[in-house]
Design a protein around this ligand. Sequence first.
Ligand SMILES: N=C(N)NCCCC(=O)O
Ligand SMILES: [Zn+2]
Ligand SMILES: [Zn+2]
Length: 325
Amino acid sequence: MTTGGKLGQVDATIVPRFGGAPTFARLPRIDEVEAADVVVVGVPFDSGVSYRPGARFGPSHIRESSRLLRPYNPAQDVQPFALLQVADAGDIAANPFDIAEALMQIEEAAAVHLQAGSRLVVLGGDHTIALPLLRATAEVHGPLAVIHFDAHLDTWDTYFGADYTHGTPFRRAAEEGLLAPDSCMHLGIRGPLYSADDLTEDGDLGFQIAHATEMDSIGVAGMIERMLARVGDRPVYVSVDIDVLDPAFAPGTGTPEAGGFTSRELLAILRALSSTNLVGADIVEVAPAYDHAQITGIAAAHVVYELISSMAIQTQRLKAQEGSA
Ligand SMILES: N=C(N)NCCCC(=O)O
Ligand SMILES: [Zn+2]
Ligand SMILES: [Zn+2]
């Protein structure tokens, strides 16, 4: 169905939602469009996990769980797929037996879309994939203000001597100069740590923390205020580890921690990103083997929907500014 000159979702009044090709939100494949403003791509990779595996099946699960997403988003008053040409580019093949090669494959494949002028929303896969995605995105946009939703810091150094795992992407990114200084923030951090030094070392790497427990005192509004103040007008990369949600809202994940955000709280915070310079995002750690009735898959699909809606609002604002210039 075409709206606003954009090829949108399959029309659910013609092909029922429970049928048809399993692209994200029933959007066109990348080969069906001339060019895409936003590319949704999967990375079925989970060789970097430290506990429960299974996120390799995350991309297909999120796609299957996205079938109910409709054209109009009332929460942001936007038709994202009419404002942006969004397309599903399928999955990046990453070597499950060689993490170093997998990182190269992910970075190279992401670079093709980014250098063609598209923005990426990536369906993981475990959090290891954030590093190659940050490398490719920083190559085009420069040092990034990272907004990282997670129960975990993911700024640890090594596991069993390995530098590249799902617990280390943001330390490696900081070491490689991919992050804008004093512009990065974790939201949702909670649960036991290896040592209090984890927190001091994290601060030294340039991250501010909004702990999950602070939701009770500052609420969604306070979290949004701190997030927007932190990033300013820098290019923003959002990395959502689905385990930022409480296990009640995301049981299908590999390293669950009690006391997380509700899906309503997370979606509300993501909508505020429409006032930032959002240049890329990922949603990681969805492990369907531990999901029930698509609880986690649906939450992840709505995260992607709000991220794309925020990108659409941002585009609308920039076009209005250009029009009035
Ligand atoms: N789920 C992610 N991304 N990281 C979890 C790290 C867990 C640990 O170091 O114990
Ligand atoms: Zn996590
Ligand atoms: Zn993580």
